[in-house]
Write a protein that binds this ligand. Structure first.
Ligand code: HEM
Length: 410
């Protein structure tokens, strides 16, 4: 079997769905990064993938991704009891009241930013959203952040996400950003532990500083910084979906009025459709712990198991007319735990599903309504979203020009 790594890098999001289409069972047998790999999707495959008797993470996440996106020895790379204990840290930091506070801080940061907009000014929505989210999450988490540092920190947080799936300049930018921000947060945590920096009890900084792992030991400062970054960085990454919301409101302006009208159920449906329709995580990877079978297809022990996230979110059997952007599809449809998987599937308490999903949804619900409420024009620009680039980006990062200073009051 030929190694497909080069084709993956060239074809991006469409690589795995195309391979799976070649086999009637929807299971692809291939090789990537010099290893045997099996690609899957569908609710039965999600259930299969998240069963720790089938698939483990420990040895499956490439160094390339750890050095940029997650950090080394992060929660993403753990299995079993060690994983559940570390995961508790995130679940404790992201309870429902915590999420409400995070949304309040971020909404206030958005309103400040919009108040400062001047008619005719060029605002790059992706960069603006990243700064707003960075300010919101740092204030909420208890990370001191001077106003002048907001833009460089936002750039670093998004650079780590932008560079995880390439070997080019974006990769090296991501590594440098990670080194800078791990050192920064390790220092914050050291000061908190030594009593030199006050933090609100229950804040993310406080929870990480006090966390003890399955071995009963506190996290050493660099690893604590890795996990604090695993709260702060993905929150800033919600900027991708704010940019995509700008794109969607431009392409399908009929949704704007309904968002402006304060229809909460529609706003939530719009957010689900954003997360389903626009490409972000291409697939998730684990390793088969023994010889396995799915739909009669053999998955040999030791092979990489790739869960095709993009493919499943565009599967015509699950989502009729999957390439149409139709928020209404979520108005009368309960969402099964193994169906909509932009942030993983199953149960976040016991498996690797994203602990930040409720926060992502709540943040977006608030920000897309505010965006729909703002008055701006969309100047001529390159709105292409290439499926070859991981993570996908509106090429222009979505530029708007405010038409009048307006703060949203929602
Ligand atoms: C895991 C996506 C926002 C924290 C994940 C996973 C995906 C994902 C695909 C992997 C699931 C798996 O391996 O099975 C996203 C997207 C987000 C987002 C698309 C929005 C742009 C957040 C936020 C947080 C967060 C706001 C803040 C707490 C994490 C952590 C994990 C994770 C800590 C690792 C969980 C584990 O391994 O148990 N996310 N996420 N994410 N996410 Fe998110």
């Amino acid at each position: 079997m030929l190694d497909e790594t080069a084709r993956l890098l060239v074809h991006g999001y469409s690589w795995l769905p195309a391979l799976r289409r070649d086999n009637g069972t929807g299971v692809a047998h291939t090789r990537v990064m010099g290893q045997r790999a099996v690609g899957l999707s569908g609710p039965d495959a999600v259930r299969f993938f998240y069963d720790e008797d089938h698939v483990q993470r420990r040895t499956a996440i490439p160094g390339l991704v750890q050095s940029t996106l997650f950090g080394h020895h992060a929660v993403h790379t753990l299995d079993g009891a060690a994983h559940r204990k570390r995961k508790g840290l995130f679940l404790q930091a992201m309870t429902r009241p915590d999420v409400a506070d995070l949304v309040d801080h971020t909404a206030a940061a958005w309103d400040d930013a919009v108040t400062a907009w001047r008619p005719g000014q060029r605002v790059v929505l992706f960069d603006q959203a990243a700064r707003v989210l960075t300010r919101g999450v740092c204030r909420w988490a208890g990370v001191p952040l001077a106003d002048a540092d907001t833009a460089p920190v936002a750039r670093d947080l998004t650079a780590m996400v932008d560079g995880f799936a390439t070997l080019g300049p974006r990769h090296w930018r991501a590594r440098r950003a990670r080194a800078r921000r791990e050192a920064w947060l390790a220092d914050v945590l050291r000061r908190v532990r030594e009593g030199r920096l006050e933090t609100r009890p229950g804040s993310a900084v406080d929870v990480v500083a006090r966390h003890r792992d399955a071995d009963g030991e506190p996290l050493e400062p660099r690893l604590a910084a890795v996990e604090l970054l695993n709260v702060v960085r993905p929150t800033a990454a919600v900027a991708w979906f704010v940019m995509f919301a700008g794109h969607a409101l431009h392409r399908w302006p009929e949704h704007r009025e309904r968002l402006r009208g304060g229809d909460r159920a529609f706003a939530e449906a719009f957010v689900h459709e954003l997360r389903r329709f626009y490409p972000f995580a291409p697939f998730l990877g684990g390793r088969a712990v023994r010889d396995l079978h799915l739909r009669g297809e053999a998955i040999p022990r030791g092979s990489l198991v790739l869960l095709d996230v993009f493919g499943q979110n565009h599967d015509g059997d699950l989502w009729g007319d999957p390439y149409a952007f139709r928020p209404q599809r979520f108005l009368d449809r309960p969402i099964g735990a193994f169906e909509l998987i932009p942030q993983g599937g199953g149960d976040p308490v016991t498996n690797h599903r994203c602990p930040g999903e409720p926060a992502t949804i709540a943040l977006l619900r608030t920000l897309v309504v505010r965006l729909a409420d703002a008055d701006y024009a969309v100047p001529s620009q390159d709105l292409t979203i290439s499926l070859r680039r991981i993570p996908a980006m509106v090429r222009s990062r979505f530029v708007i020009t405010p038409t009048e200073g307006r703060t949203a009051e929602r």
